[in-house]
Design a protein around this ligand. Structure first.
Ligand SMILES: Nc1ncnc2c1ncn2[C@@H]1O[C@H](COP(=O)(O)OP(=O)(O)O)[C@@H](O)[C@H]1O
Ligand SMILES: [Mg+2]
Length: 367
């Protein structure tokens, strides 16, 4: 599509790499957006799972259906919720006026606009309820809002969509691995780094194992693929047992929280309220995962452990593989704390003062 065919107010950033896979997700989200009843659609999922990328791809495909195009507002660098309205006003070209609240100026400017507003990285602004957004949606009937956030906004009319990690190769090898999305992403990114890199009989198994080990998380796959300048895939696989050392060192122009898995985990952790941070630290004594009653024994003294774990683990979505940034629900009704997250905690925080006294009898718990 030539640039001058785009709606005049479009501010979607142009991607620097090609988009891979996600056909069914795009289909799902397009039909949700197409529904007149959908005014606010939140794409949820773990950090690095591909929310922003998917959201931009969808926005790019529908921007022509909106007479006034699409406006992209990156919120990650905004710390003060008050400043969001200023950011939206600036992007949408709305004049701020001294004699009226900013939300009124925005409503006056957007009331008749047929616009898709894309708000990226909403999660860290959820300490205060986004009432202004309900107000904007209520007073601007032709406005649709697409949000990415690790956590739901929990405001009226919110339609939620859970973004899962990418499909990974099946252990039984039924499907050609070169067609599997996570492998395609690895190969394409590795090819950027080394133009002679290609999937071959010699490296196919290692690349598949890397994608499995990284659970289909696109950010982690990109970081691992960036290492092909130094190591062959078999070696990357071996080094992944110490994932942080290998994966630290993403692109220098990426936002800080994207540069490594460690930054991603730290960002998630810092967003938690103090009681949940304390619970997360206490839970890090478990090696692979835990059952809720084990968490209750260990988490005693912080907040209600069951409520806390429920908050650390987002509810299982349509697909069991969907993960919260810090914990995720296992297939066995236990809870798993990802290895990367525990390792980060162990390295950067004090060791827990309490010894693990609870001994499991349940199969969902490995201490
Ligand atoms: N479908 C995709 N095709 C190509 N690259 C992708 C895809 N999904 C994610 N990525 C890449 O993986 C990284 C993490 O994705 P991103 O959308 O930023 O995750 P999130 O917003 O969930 O934290 C980014 O560099 C992004 O470009
Ligand atoms: Mg994002």
């Amino acid at each position: 599509m030539p640039a001058d065919d785009r709606p005049p107010s479009t501010t979607l950033p142009a991607p620097l790499t090609s988009f891979i896979g996600r056909d069914s997700e795009i289909g799902d989200v397009l039909s949700l957006l197409d529904d007149d009843g959908t005014r606010l659609l939140t794409m949820m999922g773990a950090g690095g799972v591909g929310k922003t990328r998917l959201c931009l791809e969808v926005a790019r495909r529908v921007e022509h259906d909106f007479a006034d195009g699409a406006a992209f507002i990156p919120l990650a660098a905004i710390r003060d919720p008050e400043l969001i309205l200023h950011a939206i006003a600036k992007t949408a070209g709305v004049q701020e006026r001294d004699d009226q609240p900013l939300v009124d100026s925005l409503v006056a400017a957007l009331r008749d606009r047929h616009l898709l507003l894309v708000l990226d990285n909403f999660e860290h602004l959820l300490a205060t309820s986004p009432l202004w957004l309900s107000e904007l949606l209520g007073r601007c009937p032709r406005l649709k809002v697409l949000v990415t956030s690790r956590i739901a906004l929990r405001i009226g009319g919110e339609q939620r969509y859970l973004v899962s990690p990418m499909p990974i190769p099946d252990p039984d090898g039924a499907i050609d691995v070169s067609e599997v999305t996570a492998v395609r992403l690895f190969v394409q990114r590795a090819h950027f780094i080394r133009s002679d890199f290609a999937l071959s009989d010699a490296n196919r198994e290692a690349v598949s194992d890397i994608c499995r080990r990284l659970e289909g998380l696109p950010l982690a796959i990109e970081l691992a693929a960036a290492r092909v300048n130094m190591f062959p895939p078999e070696q990357i696989l071996l080094l992944l047992t110490d994932r942080f050392r290998l994966l630290a060192g993403g692109e220098q122009d990426a936002p800080v929280r994207m540069r490594s898995m460690r930054d991603g985990v730290a960002w998630s952790y810092d967003l938690l309220p103090a009681e949940e941070q304390q619970l997360f630290q206490q839970l890090s004594v478990f090696i692979g995962g835990f059952a809720l009653d084990a968490a209750a024994a260990v988490g005693e003294g912080s907040l209600d452990a069951v409520a806390g774990v429920t908050s650390l683990v987002a509810a299982n979505g349509r697909r069991a593989r969907w993960r919260h940034p810090l914990c995720h629900a296992g297939n066995d009704s236990g809870v798993r704390v990802g290895a990367a997250r525990r390792q980060w905690w162990r390295e950067s925080r004090e060791k827990p003062s309490r010894e693990l006294v609870y001994r499991p009898r349940k199969s969902g718990f490995r201490g």
